[in-house]
Structure formats: C-alpha cells, structure tokens
Ligand binder design. Structure first.
Ligand SMILES: [Zn+2]
Length: 151
C-alpha cells in the first residue's frame, strides 16, 4: 500500500534538514513546485495536534515567525500556506500518522531562482500535490539561502 505523503515525498522522509529547535525540525521538502516548500516535523511520535503539549506549541509558534521571516526576506512570496493533513497515513490498515506541517510559500508573480522560473500555477487556490524536482545544485542553494536566515 502506498502511504507516502504527496507533499513530503517518500514515506518517513521529509527532505533535507535545515534547522532544529527544541521540539521541531525544519526540512526543505524534496518537491519545490512552490519555491521554498518546507516540512516542519515534531521530534517525537505524536498522532494528533490535540496531543501536543504547551512547550511544543510555544516552540512551534516561534518557528512560524522564524521561518516566515526567513523566507519572506529571501524569496518574497505573497503569502504562506500551513497545512497538517496526515491523510496519507490512513491509507494503511494500521495508520501511524506523525504530526508534521507543510509550509508552502505562495507567489502571485513568477519568481526566478538560480536561473529557473517558478510560477505558482495554483495561486489563490489550495496547493496541488504535484511533484517538481529541481536540480540538486539549485536545491542546495535554496537550502543554504534559507538556512543562513535561520541560524
Ligand atoms: Zn507530509
């Protein structure tokens, strides 16, 4: 049964780690249909948002500010989408969902990064789980760019 999350890529693989706080880890997602897409995953196994403790919420709130600031400064998107779906885990008979957020910058206008055009074809609507893999060197450049703002 295929249970990997369309927004994250492979099952259990959220991308390349770019930052770690006390309670969460930020990864640069493998798919970059929306430039700067990240995954913010909780460091412990936890099934539902209602099971997060106060420290985890506070830490998450601080990360939201940090990450939005970092990506605004570097890529200048129009807005950010945050989603916590967990749908893919429930395609399995014995679902073990993990709390993780999809952080998706959205762009009204086309942006150029590393000489590649990024157009948000779904602007104004929910992001589509269509994979876009970018060259490894561009991925690394993007990772370094965001990472520099976070540390
Ligand atoms: Zn996911």
């Amino acid at each position: 049964m295929h249970t990997s999350c369309e927004y994250c890529g492979r099952e259990g693989f959220y991308g390349e780690k770019i930052y770690e706080s006390h309670k969460w880890i930020i990864y640069l997602a493998p798919s970059q249909r929306y430039l700067g897409t990240c995954v913010v995953a909780l460091k412990r196994s936890c099934r539902d948002l209602n099971q997060l403790n106060k420290d985890e919420w506070i830490d998450f709130g601080e990360l939201v500010i940090l990450l939005e600031k970092a990506v605004s400064k570097t890529l200048n998107p129009t807005l950010f989408n945050w989603s916590c779906f967990k749908n893919s885990a429930f395609r399995s008979k014995n679902p073990k969902p993990e709390v993780h957020w999809h952080f998706i910058p959205r762009y009204e206008k086309k942006v150029k990064f590393d000489d590649i055009d990024f157009q948000d074809p779904d602007f104004g609507y929910i992001p589509q789980p269509v994979q876009r893999i970018i060259p490894e060197k561009t991925h690394l450049k993007l990772k370094n760019l965001i990472q520099k703002q976070l540390i």
